[in-house]
Ligand binder design. Structure first.
Ligand code: ATP
Ligand code: MG
Length: 354
């Protein structure tokens, strides 16, 4: 699979934002999203949010899916969905996703998107789904005794999320690469089966990884909303200090940057470096023998300094819930129109027009 670590050349020029809601394609299209399972965290910021905002600034047509059905992949009930959806919206807007230019939507509100799941499911085998390493990992962390059909078919649903708007680029963290491979397979097989050579219906989207595609949490495992190891963008300065003080390190007092050999220490060094826009090797070298306590002090200051303006903006936005609802309503409307147009093409390609 092609994985980009920098924006594609197509972004070199700054395209103007579309002035009106349109279902045609004004620019390179980007789709990405998150499950409404809690507040977004630093792993999201440096893993994908930062890339979303950069692409938006370069004129990309950005779609952000709040993947509400996918909350049910690893739990029986989706707790407080409206609350979590609102938290996500606040996080998006606070980091700079601009609803005037981007389309933020909830996939349960887009029936035509979900209808794509049926033909797409016919294009993958059970064996392929069973081998997906991210699904295996999520099953092992899930709160369910057995694996639901939704969990199992999660990557195909994600293919519908991505392909309904014919995204070219998907800024994601590393855990999403196997899912994106399924999307590329679905696109390729659909094109081969139902379209003429040379005029594919779906592009094969490319993953865009950041410099921190797998940020670790305070326990040394992938930082995740549902694993209790995350530093939320919206956490206050004291909570951040407390969480970082409890972060796992190792017994070697000399601080170095060695992601393979010393993942926990290196993740903290990387976090400080990202917040300070510095080189992690230099940051580690400067701390040197001052040890883990000095490292934690530095990371805490760096994170709190970096997040202060985002937190202030978030608090400001939280005062106007009507505005948040209007953002989502407009996003759902536009995503719905785009999905209808794609489903229409799919019906034609599949010869299912009666
Ligand atoms: P959950 O625990 O509920 O699954 P999560 O923290 O894993 O939540 P998701 O909503 O599943 O977050 O992921 C949204 C996006 O953020 C995906 O593109 C994912 O790759 C990226 N992402 C999540 N966690 C990290 C991380 N620790 N480092 C880098 N990217 C991440
Ligand atoms: Mg996840």
């Amino acid at each position: 699979m092609t994985t980009l670590t920098a924006a594609p050349a197509a972004f070199a020029a700054t395209a103007p934002a579309p002035a009106t809601v349109s279902t045609t394609r004004p620019a390179v299209r980007v789709l990405t999203g998150d499950r409404p399972t809690g507040r977004l965290h630093l792993g999201h910021y440096f893993g994908t949010l930062d890339n979303r905002v950069r692409l938006q600034a370069r004129g990309a047509d950005l779609f952000v899916v709040i993947a509400d059905y996918q909350v049910l992949t690893d739990r029986d009930v989706a707790d407080d969905l409206p609350g979590h959806v609102e938290e996500l919206l606040l996080d998006y807007l606070a980091v700079g996703i601009d609803p005037e230019r981007a389309t933020i939507f909830t996939h349960s509100a887009i029936p035509a998107l979900n209808q794509l799941l049926l033909p797409f499911l016919s294009l993958v085998s059970v064996g392929e789904l069973r081998r997906n390493p991210t699904v295996k990992d999520e099953i092992s962390h899930s709160r369910q005794a057995s694996v639901s059909g939704l969990m199992f078919t999660y990557p195909v649903h994600q293919a519908a999320d991505i392909l309904f708007c014919k995204a070219d680029v998907v800024p994601v963290g590393q855990d999403q690469l196997p899912h994106l491979e399924v999307t590329r397979t679905v696109a390729r097989r659909f094109n081969n089966r139902y379209t003429e050579p040379g005029s594919p219906l779906f592009p094969e989207p490319e993953a865009l990884l950041s410099a921190a595609p797998l940020l670790l949490g305070t326990d040394g495992a992938k930082m995740s909303k549902s694993r209790g190891n995350a530093i939320a963008l919206a956490a206050d300065a004291d909570e951040t200090a407390r969480l970082l003080a409890g972060a796992r390190t190792d017994i070697d007092r000399n601080i170095t940057y060695d992601p393979q050999g010393r993942p926990e220490v290196s993740s903290l060094v990387l976090l400080a470096a990202l917040c300070l826009d510095r080189d992690p090797v230099e940051v580690a070298h400067e701390i040197g023998s001052a040890g883990a306590a000095a490292l934690k002090r530095l990371v805490t200051e760096a994170v709190n300094g970096f997040l202060a303006p985002i937190r202030a903006r978030r608090a400001e936005l939280a005062r106007d819930r009507g505005y948040l609802r209007a953002v989502l309503r407009a996003g759902n409307e536009r995503a719905g129109a785009v999905a209808e147009a794609t489903l229409d093409e799919v019906r034609t390609a599949m010869n299912s027009r009666y």
